[in-house]
Design a protein around this ligand. Structure first.
Ligand SMILES: [Zn+2]
Length: 333
């Protein structure tokens, strides 16, 4: 089986001759940028450079998938957020569009035509052309909770969930159309499957708020986006994993704050699990031996796709990602 077939099989808990290795989020490090000769900000602004740096996830690191949307700001930039696209040692960062949840806001009609969306769309097409069906090509969209932080600012948005819940519900419905449209465009440009990232972790969104505002929206996104979805939520999600399971998404990309065995127990038998390898203790500070031990533990606990828990820190050594991929690919399917 080719890496793409192994990755896509494991995304649905299907059979494969070995474990899959990959990531739903960025695997770029400063030393990987040096090795490829392409870094931030250019890799976020030029589709050829973006595709080349993403391709290194397979050619240099040995992962079974590539994912070119390294930052969290593409569709938000296309909606009007001012974004600093980072540098060798800094991830991109952006600024809200509105200072108040009550400010009039509408999604710009032409957001898909803006560079924030066009650059990754062209990068996906170019990866499809260069890699064919050898490697899984994964796109990435953000859910409306994260887009709410980006458009209104985190503090304003979270306060509004308490003070103006109806307005928040309205805004989430507006913003989920961005998620759906960008997702469908990425599929049209060659993505095999998509990461749906939404930053509704326990410290920012209570279990009640998740059920109240978001679980239904995540379920609807899964119905309206015609491909396997990898839901990514960082930090501790143990209190909402059973809710997540009910959304119908094919895979959940989880954080090491949920122990792998517990994640499997809460996820049940149908939901595929990816990630869970700690970014600081293992991806940044680990050794080939500790990474191999981690891979064996994850495999035993029923994790389907081995890899880092979230976007890897830029100061992690890419050799550790190579060691992680090598160890993971030795695990039986
Ligand atoms: Zn994350």
């Amino acid at each position: 089986m080719k890496p793409r077939d192994i990755f896509l099989a494991k995304l649905r808990r299907g059979a494969a001759p070995r474990a899959a290795v990959g990531s739903a989020t960025s695997i770029v490090t400063s030393d990987l940028m040096d090795r490829v000769g392409i870094g931030f900000p250019e890799a976020n602004l030029d589709s050829d450079k973006m595709a080349a740096l993403a391709g290194a996830g397979h050619t240099e690191l040995g992962f079974d998938n590539v994912m070119p949307l390294f930052s969290v700001w593409h569709e938000s930039s296309a909606m009007g957020c001012k974004v600093d696209w980072g540098d060798r040692a800094r991830m991109p960062d952006g600024h809200p569009i509105c200072s108040s949840i009550d400010a009039p806001f509408s999604v710009p009609q032409d957001f898909l035509k803006q560079p924030g969306c066009q650059v990754p769309l062209r990068a996906l097409r170019s990866l499809r052309n260069s890699l064919g069906r050898e490697v899984a090509i994964i796109g990435k969209v953000f859910g409306p909770w994260t887009l709410g932080y980006h458009v209104f600012g985190v503090q304003e948005f979270l306060m509004a969930t308490l003070l103006s819940p109806d307005r928040v519900r309205h805004v989430l419905r507006q913003l989920m159309e961005v998620t759906v449209a960008f997702a469908r465009a990425q599929l049209d440009h060659g993505a095999d499957a998509l990461t749906l990232a939404d930053h509704c972790t326990r410290d920012l969104c209570s279990p009640d708020a998740y059920r109240d505002f978001l679980a239904g929206i995540h379920r609807e996104l899964h119905e309206r986006i015609p491909c396997p979805l990898i839901l990514h939520i960082c930090w501790d999600t143990a209190d909402r994993l059973e809710e997540i399971r009910k959304t119908g998404v094919e895979c959940f990309h989880f954080d090491s704050k949920v122990p792998a065995a517990e994640a499997r127990r809460l996820a049940g038998e149908r939901l595929s699990l990816m990630g869970g390898t700690g970014n600081i203790a293992l991806v940044r500070n680990g050794t080939p031996e500790s990474l191999a031990r981690d891979a064996a533990g994850k495999q035993k606990d029923g994790i389907d796709i081995l890899g880092p828990e979230c976007a890897v820190p830029l100061d992690a050594p890419f050799r550790n990602l190579q060691a992680l991929a090598e160890a993971g690919k030795k695990m039986p399917g």
